[in-house]
Design a protein around this ligand. Structure first.
Ligand SMILES: CC(C)(COP(=O)(O)OP(=O)(O)OC[C@H]1O[C@@H](n2cnc3c(N)ncnc32)[C@H](O)[C@@H]1OP(=O)(O)O)[C@@H](O)C(=O)NCCC(=O)NCCS
Length: 247
């Protein structure tokens, strides 16, 4: 049986929730107005704008004494729901949303990475490829320092990409799509999202793959990446580094 103090606190929380929903209604009106000015899914998802909004919410949380993680996660969920609403209004509701990923996603991303890179391990006969032996702590540190995006379907992360900006160069790595979601355009959309998120700061993107990964090479070349150099890795295996100007 809740005591009087708990009942009183819950009543105040209910009052706050009412105000929060009223603010959400106001936000929805503005989102709908903005949505009418957009014509395609890219403009609706605008990952760079989303990353800025979430980052601003995180800083405001720190200023106001709230937990930045709770606020950032709340904002990501809220923005993702508004993006669905806007996409529905421009008629492209079926595509899953692309959002920023952070250290809180590390566990799921590691599982996804291990599942997706199993095919690469088979191609190279090497179960110890770096993405397969990366530890959770290493991944958390990477997510802390770099830029990352994820695609969620329901509650499941089904695709992700990570990168790091060094001067005007975006180093892209670990583009991964869950095996049952491959071939539906998610890899292409994730690459577009990370590229867009760093422009205009970065002017060039670079990534690499093994020389036997012909499907990956086909994807990268189709998206404008060109071979820059080959790096011998071990006898019979070379890494192909590709690059693309970002405008
Ligand atoms: C590479 C990868 C991210 C592509 O994602 P995707 O969502 O399947 O890609 P898209 O649907 O946007 O584009 C399809 C293209 O991706 C490439 N591709 C690579 N592996 C593929 C796969 N298993 N299934 C389908 N397409 C694949 C092909 O070029 C394909 O084009 P095609 O139809 O001309 O063959 C994904 O297949 C994956 O996670 N692979 C394992 C991990 C990996 O190798 N990552 C890249 C490391 S450099």
């Amino acid at each position: 049986m809740p005591n009087d103090e708990l009942v009183a606190i819950r009543a105040r929380i209910d009052g706050l929730d009412h105000r929060i929903v009223a603010l959400l209604a106001e936000r929805e009106t503005l989102v709908r107005q903005a949505g009418r000015l957009k014509t395609d899914a890219g403009a609706v998802r605008a990952p760079r704008r989303v990353a800025q909004v979430v980052e601003r919410a995180r800083s405001t949380a720190v200023e106001l004494g709230a937990s930045p993680d709770v606020v950032a996660r709340t904002y990501q969920a809220m923005i993702s729901a508004f993006i669905d609403l806007e996409l529905a209004s421009v008629g492209v509701a079926d595509a899953p949303p692309i959002e920023s990923a952070g250290p809180e996603d590390a566990g799921e991303l590691l599982t996804l990475q291990r599942a997706a890179y199993a095919t690469e391990a088979r191609i190279y006969g090497d179960p110890e490829l770096p993405p397969l032996v990366q530890t959770l702590d290493e991944l958390v540190a990477e997510l802390d320092q770099g830029v990352a995006f994820k695609v969620t379907y329901g509650h499941r992360i089904v695709g992700a990409v990570r990168g790091r900006v060094e001067g005007d160069l975006l180093r892209i790595g670990r583009l991964t799509v869950a095996p049952d979601f491959q071939g539906r355009g998610l890899g292409t959309a994730l690459l577009a999202a990370i590229e867009e998120s760093v422009v205009p700061g970065a002017r060039r993107a670079t990534l690499f793959t093994g020389h036997l990964s012909t499907a990956n090479l086909r994807l990268y070349e189709r998206l404008g990446y060109i071979e820059e150099r080959r790096e011998p890795l071990r006898p019979g295996v070379a890494l192909i580094h590709l690059t693309k100007p970002l405008t």
